[in-house]
Write a protein that binds this ligand. Structure first.
Ligand code: ADP
Ligand code: ASP
Ligand code: MG
Length: 404
């Protein structure tokens, strides 16, 4: 059986007309002799709308119930796709995660798939059917519905490709592939023909919404090659693959920015061993992800200021935890939600000296102040004021010659 996994994102199934269009794409693969497994997101806007509703019900909506609620979005789009395929004369059926089942581990709202039971789907494929599987969801060991984090249908598709040993996994979305930066924000962004798992993982984690970070981690671990393509136009997209398969002459592969970071500065903390651990322990116990960290020593050496970034959604919880923390004493706490992290990513920087300098000089030339810096082997991130994002991305895109 030559199995192919086709995943459709929210905009690709955003209207009834779009569902008719993607059904034709599915049929074209079936006609070529592939055994097609379809994975779909909810119609665009549906998940956001369900979240808004849950917030109106309670500002402390039970996470497990929220997953049950959000999972309905994918049920609707999958039934519509299967219905259209039936209309076109193809045997097809929607499959909710619990019917397969797709099992997950971890917390509600951010679970990870650990197993997909193959039997029923394989039998269905053998019988000539096209299964349309709800992305973004699974069930946990308590038999409760779980979801995989925003954008999580990508992870469902990758895991289906792994468990069903698919020949290929194609992610159909609303842009033609992965670009050097968000093509909806910068017109001169260029489509990347081929990108490594490592670079894609950094790009996705640092703001390139086109792929969910966990899905790339799953793909890298399982060596699943991914094609990212548009469901709107028939054009070659981007292949995400092993680094070995790529020859590139550019130092930087992509530039990303984030929209939902916040900076917290704890001012005047007593400087003694263990203070940073005392600050971060309760945050980690409450699943608050701390990203960039800088610590300054005061002139006297007795006190320190600690600055770190978190997701803006976590600001009120973090402030509360810091104020309640009896293990630390500080003079003040400053919160800034008007910040954004801009990153340059590329394996080329491993072997090229001077990339950091070029990034900083470019930002300086654009009169952009750097608030915090963090680096890894293949990325450099800086925190800047949010109103400078466009200027920064555009200047860096030009500096590293990504427009051609
Ligand atoms: P889907 O609903 O198909 O999963 P998403 O909205 O999750 O689609 O992701 C596609 C969007 O990602 C694009 O519309 C684009 O604005 C955004 N995006 C951000 N960075 C990039 C990038 N580097 N390349 C391509 N798209 C990007
Ligand atoms: N519908 C979910 C979301 O909006 C999952 C996805 O789109 O991949 O996050
Ligand atoms: Mg997505």
């Amino acid at each position: 059986m030559k199995i192919i996994c086709l995943k459709f994102g929210g905009t690709s199934v955003g209207t009834v007309e779009r569902i008719k269009k993607v059904s034709n794409i599915i049929v074209s693969y079936a006609k070529k002799g592939f055994k097609v497994i379809v994975i779909s997101s909810a119609m665009s806007g549906v998940t956001n709308d369900l979240i808004r509703k849950s917030k109106k019900i309670s500002n402390n909506f039970n996470f497990s119930e929220q997953d049950v609620l959000l999972a309905t979005g994918e049920q609707m789009s999958c039934a519509l796709i299967a219905g259209r395929l039936n209309h076109l004369g193809f045997k097809s059926q929607s499959w909710m995660s619990w019917q397969i089942p797709i099992t997950t581990e971890g917390n509600y709202k951010s679970s990870r798939i650990n197993k997909i039971n193959k039997k029923k789907i394989k039998d269905y494929l053998k019988s000539g059917g096209i299964p349309v599987i709800t992305g973004f969801q699974g069930i946990n060991s308590k038999n409760r519905l779980t979801t995989l984090g925003r954008g999580g249908s990508d992870a469902s598709a990758i895991m289906c490709a792994k468990f069903f040993n698919a020949y290929k996994c194609i992610i159909y979305t609303d842009v033609e592939g992965v670009y050097t930066t968000d093509p909806n924000s910068l017109k001169s962004a260029k489509k990347i023909k081929v990108i490594s798992y490592e670079e894609m993982l950094e790009m996705a984690s640092l703001g390139a919404k086109v792929m969910q970070p966990n899905s790339i981690q799953d793909a890298r671990l399982n060596r699943i090659e991914i094609d990212v393509r548009s469901s709107f136009v028939k054009k070659l997209g981007t292949t995400i693959t092993k680094r070995k398969n790529i020859i590139r002459n550019k130092i930087i592969t992509g530039i990303t920015s984030t929209k939902n970071d916040a900076k917290i500065t704890v001012v005047g903390i007593k400087d003694r061993p263990g203070v940073a651990a005392s600050i971060f322990k309760p945050l980690s116990e409450n699943s608050i992800n701390v990203d960039m960290v800088v610590q300054n020593i005061s002139a006297t050496g007795k006190e320190t200021d600690l600055t770190f970034t978190i997701k803006s959604d976590d600001v009120s919880k973090t402030s509360k935890l810091l104020r309640q923390n009896k293990k630390i004493k500080f003079k003040d706490m400053l919160v800034d939600k008007n910040v954004s992290k801009v990153s340059i990513i590329g394996v080329g920087m491993i072997t090229t000296p001077g990339v950091t300098y070029r990034m900083f000089q470019t930002l300086a030339n654009s009169k952009i102040n750097i608030l915090v810096i963090s680096t890894s082997e293949i990325k450099i991130s800086v925190l800047i004021k949010k109103n400078n994002i466009k200027k920064a991305v555009s200047a860096l895109h030009q500096e590293f010659k990504l427009s051609y």
